[in-house]
Write a protein that binds this ligand. Sequence first.
Ligand SMILES: Cc1cc2nc3c(=O)[nH]c(=O)nc-3n(C[C@H](O)[C@H](O)[C@H](O)COP(=O)(O)OP(=O)(O)OC[C@H]3O[C@@H](n4cnc5c(N)ncnc54)[C@H](O)[C@@H]3O)c2cc1C
Length: 626
Amino acid sequence: MDLTFKHGWLAMAYNAYEAADTVYTTAADQPNPRFSKIKEGLAFSTTFVPTYHLVILGVLSVFTLVHWTHKLRRRWVRGTQAEGRWSGKNSHSARADQPFHKDDSVIREDERSGSSSSSSTLSADNMPLLKSGRGAHTGGSFISRIRSIFIYQPRPIPIINKVLPDNGTTVLALGLVALNIFYTLYGCPLEKMVIFVLAGRSGYLFVVNLPLLYFLAAKNQPIKFLTGYSYESLNLLHRRLGEVLCALALLHAITMTTVWYTILRPVGWSFGHFLSQKIIYVGLIAFIAYELLYLTSLGSFRQRWYELFLVSHVALQAGALVLLYLHHSRSRVYVGLALAIFLVDRVVFRIFAKSCQVSAMLTVAEDGKTALISAEWTKQSSFFTGINIKQGWNAMEHVFISVPALSRKHFTQAHPFTIASAAPAPSDSQANLGLIVRAQDGFTKDLLAYAKQHNTVKVRLDGPYGSQTAMDLLMDSQSAVVVAGGSGIAVAYPLVKALLSRSFAPVDDDNLEGRKALGPARKMCLIWVTQEASHRSWLGPEKLEDLRKQGVDLVLPPPTCEAGRPDVALEVRSWIDQYTDSAGGAGKIGVVCSGPDGMNRAVRNTCAGLAARGVNVDVEVEKFGW
Ligand SMILES: Cc1cc2nc3c(=O)[nH]c(=O)nc-3n(C[C@H](O)[C@H](O)[C@H](O)COP(=O)(O)OP(=O)(O)OC[C@H]3O[C@@H](n4cnc5c(N)ncnc54)[C@H](O)[C@@H]3O)c2cc1C
């Protein structure tokens, strides 16, 4: 008997069966063919299932290769070519408060294609993905149409209004699910009498997935360095894999019960006796813990009771790991790995390496529903170089803040906010760290109330976090469109500032020669949609004016509470159309959007439609949530 038979389950089942099954053995005392099939099946699982990691590493290596090839090529290009300067279409007159649809050129263009009604409702849904032939670009190639399908984001699922990710992410998530289905069923006999193999396989695949599940959830993990994707974008894969594991746990429980029913019950085992086996009841409690984890992680639960979700998530996963460890020896190495990933992330990085405390100014913005946090940042050396906020941060990055002064319960709470002020350049030793905090119902409401009474506060910061994929996209682009909805300006403003500082000389005629050397003009547009006019005070007129002076094409539609929602999709498209000549050769166009789900989707699908028409456009969406 190999290791598996020495202890645990199968030995128990085997002995019971052998005792009962003697009448079934062949004359020559040949081993019961059913049990040799189970043994073979289990032996195959033992060698086959761990190869799952090789496949995951293979996929990770492909993403790493793509990311680093781009990164190194970008560095090389930047080393050899002067960066193109950014210049606005009419940088000296921002079109503040001019409603989009007054821009005749855009509307006229669409009427030409005879679908005037569609022109004003050029929403994301009816962008012809597969059909090319509108406007300047006709006949997107097969590749560009495939690309557009990957960019496209389907409608939310009606009734539950569940926001779906873009097709590209869905394909990746479905790939992970399909891989697990393959690893569950490949070479696994499914007959009832040998169902023990599937029971073993599903349990084994569950534990083999644990380290990956924890890596995809950790805020500090090597995947970001390797692929550029930060924990926020990986979180969706974490959730999908979590659901797969809950399905595997359910399959494991059902097949184990089938084993009882088919093998043990006939030899006199009652269900109670079956459940009284330590390996069974410990497994059952672990199973309940994982299914509870799933239920408390549902979007609707998280939306309503985020703190309860967080506490139950940490407590249930910790308890379940201990139970898994006790349930089966084969789980122990994976439980150990998962626990190590969790502790390194939470303790080493989040409590020690990446956290610090600052004294901050607190103000209530003009709208009365937003708190502005502002702290003077002075560069400090730290043992943990390059990962702590003391050494600086990049544009679009966010920090988790805790404000113990609010109340005892806030001592353990940490909430993410994007650093809305310009990121310090590597050579800077001073800067301002500013956060825009929109009041919701929990921590943010308490902070706003506190800000109405106090104008300074001690804030514990954990960070910075976030990926640079959006920045890299715009740095690689000839034209950049940055779209912000409400507090999404916290992403957009530092991004635009960083882009300008990286490749822009101030607009003064004396420096004309200098600018000429910088190569062809790159165009940048910032569209900021606000609910109320007072929301513009989050940045203040000086900063907006500064952007316009630096050549950014600033588009500020009238507040939605006055004029309703502008057609952002139309504005993005008409701005891009102006810069793509009939040859379609205006270079790469990068679009970054940060706003409410509906706006993000409209902008993303506008880019999908343009990509289908052969426009060299790409889009990144920065969401306040996962
Ligand atoms: C990467 C990122 C950057 C963000 N940047 C900003 C910003 O610059 N300005 C801004 O106003 N808001 C930002 N948010 C949103 C902000 O974190 C939430 O509004 C805040 O945490 C709500 O806390 P609350 O207790 O008041 O929320 P509640 O009223 O309890 O919940 C409101 C919503 O916030 C979500 N939420 C609650 N707590 C958290 C948490 N700890 N982490 C993530 N989501 C949570 C809930 O799911 C719910 O949807 C950002 C969120 C993320 C994920």
